[in-house]
Design a protein around this ligand. Structure first.
Ligand SMILES: Nc1ncnc2c1ncn2[C@@H]1O[C@H](COP(=O)(O)OP(=O)(O)OP(=O)(O)O)[C@@H](O)[C@H]1O
Ligand SMILES: O=P(O)(O)OC[C@H]1O[C@H](OP(=O)(O)OP(=O)(O)O)[C@H](O)[C@@H]1O
Length: 233
């Protein structure tokens, strides 16, 4: 019996995930070379650790290729269609806080809410000869928030894989959906979050794959989840 835990391969998410696992009595024996992407938990030959990128962790969990992992809730909701049928959030970990938000140019003085943005979107084609463009890498969450929650149907998503906040000034989009932590990138790009424009308050979570597994592995996974939960309580 054995289970695989996926941890972020770089940055603060990696460091803080390792701290939580150590505190949970599951110390990861870090490889001498950080570019080695496999590790073990000290004293345990039944748990394997795989270091992956945060977004890859979400997709590997969704496919059931790893048993549990640490990644941002934003990435779970964005990467996986029907995410809660495939994975379970076993524990919010209290770090990696980031809000997924709708932000508009500061100079749109009369646009404070999603309802205002709906009005803008409805008139946009008449005024500008094209649909309102939203720059984002969160197209799934954007569609859910705009279309399903706010009934806004007339817009176009412009996929952005980086420097999303620069898109309105560059003229490639009108508004954005992106993550923010301190707000400084939004401010630097003269963007403002709508009053009801917070789509998700995300943080790093321990996420478990929902899939059939031998009883011993299920018990082991439950133990890991319990220990991590206790460590962050
Ligand atoms: N200020 C922040 N900026 C970016 N990500 C943050 C921030 N705070 C928390 N996070 C979390 O980290 C995640 C991004 O991590 P990372 O950049 O390692 O992911 P990745 O997209 O898998 O990596 P890569 O960009 O190398 O493909 C975010 O989706 C979010 O959950
Ligand atoms: O509100 P702030 O504190 O300014 O943080 C927000 C910024 O941080 C992230 O970028 P980062 O360069 O960290 O990662 P990314 O390349 O994955 O977008 C995010 O995409 C924002 O651009």
């Amino acid at each position: 019996m054995s289970i695989t835990i996926a941890l972020p391969s770089k940055g603060r998410l990696r460091e803080q995930a390792l701290e939580v696992f150590a505190k949970a009595g599951l110390p990861v024996e870090e490889p001498a070379d950080q570019r080695r992407y496999r590790a073990r938990i000290g004293g345990r030959d039944d748990i394997e650790v795989a270091f992956l990128s945060a977004s890859e962790i979400a997709s590997e969990l969704g496919q059931g290729n790893v048993d549990c992992g640490v990644t941002g809730e934003d990435l779970v909701r964005e990467t996986l269609a029907d995410w809660d049928a495939k994975v379970e959030i076993a524990a919010p970990l209290g770090f990696g806080h980031a809000d997924v938000v709708v932000a508009v140019p500061d100079i749109w003085l009369d646009v404070a809410t999603m309802a205002d943005l709906d009005d803008v979107a409805a008139e946009f084609r008449q005024r500008h000869g094209r649909r309102l463009r939203i720059a984002t890498k969160y197209w799934r969450m954007t569609q859910q928030f705009f279309s399903q929650m706010h009934g806004i149907q007339v817009y176009r998503i412009v996929e952005s894989l980086g420097a999303t906040e620069g898109a309105p000034a560059a003229g490639s989009a009108d508004v954005i959906v992106d993550i923010t932590t301190t707000g400084s990138t939004l401010r630097a790009n003269h963007l403002r979050i709508l009053d009801d424009g917070v789509i998700l308050k995300s943080q790093a979570c321990l996420v478990a794959a929902k899939r059939e597994r031998p009883a011993a592995d299920a018990a082991l996974l439950a133990e890991v989840c319990r220990r991590v939960r206790e460590a962050v309580a």
